[in-house]
Design a protein around this ligand. Structure first.
Ligand code: AMP
Length: 196
């Protein structure tokens, strides 16, 4: 199964992706996680991405497309994968199409998690508080100021992807305001219907 989870920052993509990893035994490919790992490791990509990420802006299409293209060729992706936080621009969406076509594989479904803006900032603040309480590092971009910019970037560059996938007949929407378990159940239904 090859799936894209679409939705604004704080919509619950990462949480739901982790549950899908357990359920379907396919990996979660989070470009945010991969970029944070690159920043942490001090790689060339990490050095170029750090300031952009800290400002809540999007890293260049060329960088993220290259990271994903390399990642999907790894053996654990053979049976499928969940793209979380990627694609985020129309250029990236076209790149996904090309990447999959080159490999003779197709996308199954795109699930958009729909969440009110007002709820999002609260979730981000809570994520930062939870990380702190658990003694984990707090993301530099999980604060209300940077979050505003992340949301602006989302509406400007990522939201148009819903139309892109709708036109391809791939888009399914799920109410991301429901409880975590209810969202998981709804995603399960969408995936079961897509498998028929
Ligand atoms: P995330 O963990 O998905 O919220 O991503 C954190 C940050 O990483 C974003 O605000 C961007 O700066 C960067 N990033 C993650 N995925 C992408 C992507 N697909 N395209 C561009 N930038 C990205």
């Amino acid at each position: 199964m090859r799936l894209i989870l679409l939705g604004p920052p704080g919509a619950g993509k990462g949480t739901q992706a982790q549950r899908l990893v357990e359920e379907y035994g396919i990996p979660q490919l989070s470009t945010g996680d991969m970029l944070r790992a690159a920043v942490q490791a001090g790689t060339e990509v990490g050095k170029r991405a750090k300031a952009v990420m800290d400002a809540g802006e999007l890293v260049s299409d060329a960088i993220v497309n290259a990271i994903v293209a390399e990642r999907i060729d790894q053996s654990d992706c053979a049976k499928g994968f969940i793209l979380d936080g990627y694609p985020r621009t129309l250029v990236q969406a076209d790149a996904v199409e090309a990447m999959l076509a080159e490999r003779g594989i197709a996308l199954d479904t795109v699930i958009e998690l729909v969440v009110d803006d007002k709820a999002l900032v609260g979730r981000i603040v809570k994520r930062a508080e939870d990380a702190k309480a658990a003694g984990q590092p707090v993301r530099k971009d999980d604060n209300p100021e940077v979050f505003e910019e992340r949301l602006r970037e989302y509406y400007k560059k990522t939201a148009p992807l819903t139309g892109y996938y709708y036109a391809k007949g791939k888009l399914k929407t799920v109410d991301g305001m429901a409880s975590i378990d209810a969202v998981t159940a709804e995603i399960g239904k969408v995936l079961a219907a897509a498998a028929k």
